[in-house]
Design a binder for this molecule. Structure first.
Ligand SMILES: *[C@@H]1O[C@H](CO)[C@@H](O)[C@H](O)[C@H]1NC(C)=O
Ligand SMILES: *[C@@H]1O[C@H](CO)[C@@H](O)[C@H](O)[C@H]1NC(C)=O
Ligand SMILES: *[C@@H]1O[C@H](CO)[C@@H](O)[C@H](O)[C@H]1NC(C)=O
Ligand SMILES: *[C@@H]1O[C@H](CO)[C@@H](O)[C@H](O)[C@H]1NC(C)=O
Ligand SMILES: [Zn+2]
Length: 506
């Protein structure tokens, strides 16, 4: 297998050499330019070809089926979820981030941070410092400033020399800290699940020098159906079975591409779904005039921005108004929500009790399912299954927090995590005890695991280096000599080129 590396390098070096000399560059410059790539030969990254499975960097694909509640897999046969669990791990109780909304939790999954720290505190926000509003329904999503209180994992991977690919994950088509994922699809809800999968597969199975190490894949269901039908509807059974088929499609595509046993696959979600009822509506207009406040975020956790000087008045009107909601001044929000220390969290936050809907009045759209409630409610919690070379087999863990996923993913990918609210030690038991994973996590760029094929690279590199240096010294001396001969002064580089090419065959 070493010969393939060597041959590859020789061919590449020779091509580059001919090119540089033809362009008339000075031989010393060429020498420098050619030695540069050699410096990277001893790195594990992408010098080898796809023939080297052993030496390949770890791969990870994170999939989110929006609103896939933890217990959906037990409602109808879900053979594809089962097959991941049987050959991998399952976590029964995943405490996600408060508020249990889509944008908030997708950003927690890829940053390991609570909402108050990563700054995407809701799907609808107002930032009094920026004097800007954010809505997941508008182009405000593409304003980087909303996202830059945190660094998503794809940015960290790319800064460590890796590559990532994103298919519709919230925030993944936004420029964050000056970077997009290496490969990504601009958000378009009409692009089918199958198309998203095919793109992800292409990115993972590109030649090793271009293949992504990390992928995120997002699908809008079963969230949409859960909102419309309500999670208790028997029609949801059909939707769940259909999602399981989608997962089956992904598994088959991974298998066809020879990726299934090489890629670590995590299938999870941002939140669950609670059943609502038209009998459980709280109408704020009954208690407080709309003239006193701005309604920033929607039910079931409502952000209220009182008009200047009206904070206490609005609070007093609401605090004991209805037993099915809890009204907090910002500083009273319970510590365990980790939902306080951010200017985007409104001065008054109202949380509905499970199953209740807060509206201003009864006109307007009403949904039969919703999420966003207290993150310790069972109904708010997502599914979590995973398999792959890094994971144990047929292992069930009782609980984790979704912020723990981030350090786990960084560990699998061998990148140094940013500071986060998660902890690897909480989830380390999900991992197989394999010698190829080194602890502690090495600094970037990732170093190769001991005992793999890369150990030959430095030798090859040094050998090539010595050959090149000697070769160039000889050529340089010849050239200098040629140049100094008066009779040859009129010769151009082009004319002397064929001679050089002959001499330099390596
Ligand atoms: C905030 O922006 C709005 C327009 O979007 C403007 O009318 C208002 O004056 C601004 N407020 C401040 C305090 O700058
Ligand atoms: C979104 O995707 C659909 C289906 O592939 C396509 O027809 C449509 O043109 C896309 N929209 C945009 C804005 O790219
Ligand atoms: C309810 O609110 C809407 C605006 O959201 C308003 O047009 C309508 O008149 C209100 N209905 C009642 C009965 O107050
Ligand atoms: C979450 O992590 C961030 C980054 O390390 C830290 O600043 C913040 O205080 C942490 N929050 C909690 C509740 O520990
Ligand atoms: Zn969601």
């Amino acid at each position: 297998m070493h010969t393939v590396i060597k041959e590859g390098c020789f061919v590449r070096l020779h091509t580059m050499l001919c090119y540089l000399l033809r362009r008339g560059h000075s031989p010393l410059l060429c020498l420098w330019a050619l030695l540069l790539p050699l410096a990277s030969l001893d790195r594990p990254s992408h010098r080898g070809s796809r023939d080297y499975l052993v030496t390949e960097r770890p791969k990870l694909l994170l999939v989110s089926f929006d609103g896939f509640r933890w217990d959906y897999i037990d409602r109808v046969p879900t053979p594809n979820f089962r097959s991941i669990m049987d050959t991998g791990v399952k976590v029964e109780f995943v405490e996600n981030a408060y508020i249990t909304k889509t944008f908030t939790n997708h950003y927690s999954l890829v940053t390991g941070l609570y909402a108050e720290t990563h700054g995407i505190v809701a799907n609808e926000m107002y930032d009094p410092v920026l004097n800007r509003s954010f809505s997941m329904e508008t182009d405000s999503v593409y304003d980087s400033r909303w996202w830059e209180e945190a660094v998503p994992i794809w940015v960290t991977i790319q800064k460590a020399g890796g590559r990532s690919g994103a298919a519709m994950w919230p925030g993944s088509d936004v420029k964050i800290h000056n970077m997009y994922p290496t490969q990504y699809l601009p958000y378009n809800a009409s692009v089918s699940f199958e198309t998203r999968v095919e793109r992800i597969i292409e990115w993972f199975s590109a030649p090793e020098a271009e293949a992504v190490d990390f992928g995120v894949l997002y699908w809008e269901e079963p969230d949409e159906s859960g909102h419309n039908l309500g999670p208790q509807s028997s029609l949801m059974d059909v939707v769940i079975a259909w999602i399981d088929e989608k997962l089956g499609f992904l598994i088959n595509k991974l298998k066809e591409a020879g990726l299934y046993d090489r890629v670590n696959l995590i299938v999870t979600s941002d939140h669950g779904m609670a059943q609502l009822s038209p009998e459980k509506i709280i109408e704020l207009d009954e208690y407080v005039s709309r003239d006193l406040y701005t309604w920033v975020d929607k039910s079931p956790v409502v952000g209220i921005l009182p008009n200047e000087g009206k904070l206490d008045e609005v609070y007093n009107l609401l605090v004991d108004a209805n037993p099915n909601m809890v009204v907090y001044k910002k500083e009273e929000i319970p510590q365990h929500y980790h939902y306080q220390h951010n200017t985007r969290i409104m001065p008054i936050v109202i949380e509905a009790k499970e199953g209740w809907t807060i509206m201003q009045n009864r006109t307007g759209p009403f949904m039969l399912g919703n999420h966003g409630y207290n993150n310790s409610l069972r109904s708010m919690q997502p599914v979590f299954v995973a398999r792959g070379p890094a994971f144990r087999e047929n292992y069930v863990k009782s609980s984790m927090r979704s912020v723990d996923l981030y350090p786990l993913m960084c560990h699998i990918l061998s990148i140094r995590p940013m500071p986060s609210n998660g902890s690897l030690s909480n989830v380390q038991d999900l991992l197989s005890i394999e010698p190829t994973v080194t602890t502690p996590v090495p600094p970037h760029p990732p170093v190769p695991p001991p005992g793999t094929g890369y150990s030959c690279a430095p030798i090859v590199g040094s050998f090539l280096g010595v050959v090149l240096v000697l070769g160039f010294l000889v050529v340089y001396v010849i050239l200098v000599t040629l140049k100094q001969r008066p009779s040859r002064k009129h010769r151009s580089w082009e004319m002397s080129q064929p001679l050089l090419q002959e001499d330099l065959h390596l």
